[in-house]
Design a protein around this ligand. Structure first.
Ligand SMILES: C[S@@+](CC[C@H](N)C(=O)[O-])C[C@H]1O[C@@H](n2cnc3c(N)ncnc32)[C@H](O)[C@@H]1O
Ligand code: SF4
Length: 447
């Protein structure tokens, strides 16, 4: 426990100093694509019918007309990246709830297919959208991985999470999941563990349903994560969050998932080898489109504006949605790769040394040695591999990393006002320049 407490403290320090954006970034700051590099397109749809109290993602209440205008802007931004020379082999549509307007989503996916040579398309949804007409649209659009937000099969917990009335009871979710089993190459269930009132028996029941009754293709088990902006609502509805029970919960998950599933990351488990993994596992660089999307290209991390109206404005004036970003220092980039690549449980030594001109081990030798001494990491000639003991350390590190990202999201929400102010200043100075030019071309009065 001492090791884990010290590690959490160290990780909070690291994320606190690394996870920040520079003050202002123009929409075209993202580096150009490198020829032959594999990029993922992340598409963010920030609308939900009901907002869950624990959710730190960028999401707003769904209103039809505004969402339609949003989808139109999104398609324009997707075209923009084609013009900038990007190609994407994978697409991940996340939210929010991407399926709030299935027809708009299908049109957007068709556009993506017409512009890019895509072979993997993953879409997130909620159980109440697993209706025949939505599922057929997604299937026809070429979606091959569908990820459904379940969280738990415990009705008491679903009520506390505010999802029972909006997204369905445990029995309803099971019935809906069974109805789409086999339709897509991969059907994934998103679960959360370490909920404040969750018991080991409740978690074991979830595991039994997923692996026994449903035999679901894939499960992502997220440890409950917090953000300053969600803490109060969570406390009022779900109870107080502590990380003390996280490890025993995770061990229960690991034990159960060993029966017939393989870990494709420290928290994602797949049945069989042919499943499509979480995008984070296969792609180390991605371009995010839509309000509230993050991008990471060639060491530069960017975020789009969290204001939907500002996003639409910015796209209609020919820009991307990006309003903040930062180029990571080389050591920060290495830390990022260390975390992400080993989250997928193994890392190619030659490839990572080639990426950093032979400097990866030389720079991070302390981290690599410490994890080896802890029994969390082993290496052979070709790869570093995370051991079963090490998997929990990567869960902890990713939890801290994403909680750092949650703080960035909070900061981006606070920036909205500042973004509008900067926009007003830019418009005013453009007006001054235009008026001055007009006066110059009009020539002196009376001539
Ligand atoms: C952001 S939602 C988007 C898809 C869909 N709206 C849904 O609710 O599943 C994707 C998943 O993120 C996970 N998630 C959301 N908030 C979380 C939190 N505070 N801690 C851990 N996982 C969380 C949930 O498992 C959720 O299903
Ligand atoms: S968990 Fe899903 S449905 Fe709930 S607010 Fe977050 S994005 Fe929306």
């Amino acid at each position: 426990m001492l090791i884990e407490r010290l590690m959490t403290r160290y990780l909070r320090h690291i994320t606190g100093t690394h996870m920040r954006f520079d003050a202002d970034v123009s929409g075209d700051r993202l580096p150009a694509p490198r020829p032959g590099h594999n990029y993922l397109l992340y598409v963010h749809i920030p609308f939900c019918e009901v907002l869950c109290p624990f959710c730190p993602f960028h999401r707003v209440r769904f209103r039809g007309p505004r969402a339609s205008r949003y989808f139109a802007a999104l398609r324009q931004e997707i075209r923009h990246y084609r013009e900038r020379g990007f190609d994407f082999s994978g697409v991940y549509v996340g939210g929010g709830t991407p399926t709030v307007i299935p027809e708009e989503l299908a049109e957007t996916l068709a556009l993506i297919r017409s512009l890019y040579a895509v072979n993997e398309m993953s879409v997130e949804t909620n159980p109440n959208h697993l209706r025949d007409e939505v599922v057929s649209l997604l299937k026809a659009a070429g979606v091959n991985r569908l990820s459904v937000g379940v969280q738990s099969f415990d009705d008491v917990l679903l009520k506390e999470m505010g999802r029972y009335d909006s997204y369905g009871s445990s029995a309803y979710i099971m019935e809906r999941l069974a109805s789409v089993q086999g339709v897509f190459d991969t059907l994934n269930a998103d679960m959360i563990f370490n909920l404040p009132h969750q018991t080991l028996a409740s978690l074991q029941n979830d595991l039994e349903i997923l692996t026994g009754e449903l035999k679901i293709d894939q499960v992502s088990f997220y440890p409950l994560m917090t953000a300053p902006s969600t803490r109060r609502a969570m406390l009022l509805t779900m109870g107080d969050v502590t990380f003390r029970r996280e490890k025993p919960f995770y061990k229960t998950i690991l034990t159960a998932m060993k029966q017939g599933y393989r870990p494709s990351s420290a928290w994602c488990f797949s049945r069989g080898a042919a499943m499509i993994d979480e995008y984070i596992v296969d792609y180390d660089e991605y371009v995010g489109v839509g309000s509230g999307a993050f991008s990471y290209v060639d060491g530069t991390m960017c975020s789009s504006t969290f204001s939907i109206n500002r996003y639409i404005d910015q796209i209609s004036s020919g820009h991307t949605g990006i309003t903040a970003g930062r180029r990571l220092k080389l050591r920060e980039q290495m830390h990022y790769d260390f975390l992400m690549k080993l989250f997928s449980l193994s890392m190619d030594k030659k490839a990572i040394e080639a990426k950093y001109g032979g400097g990866f081990h030389r720079t991070l030798w302390k981290e690599l040695r410490a994890f080896k001494l802890l029994g969390a990491l082993v290496e052979d000639d070709e790869r570093y591999r995370v051991t079963e003991k090490g998997m929990y350390y990567w869960v902890m590190m990713m939890r801290e990393f994403f909680m750092g990202v949650n703080k960035l999201r909070d900061a981006m929400r606070l920036r909205i006002r500042e973004e509008w102010r900067l926009e007003r200043v830019a418009v005013a100075s453009r007006d001054v320049v235009r008026r001055t030019r007009n006066q110059d071309t009009a020539g002196p009065r009376g001539s």
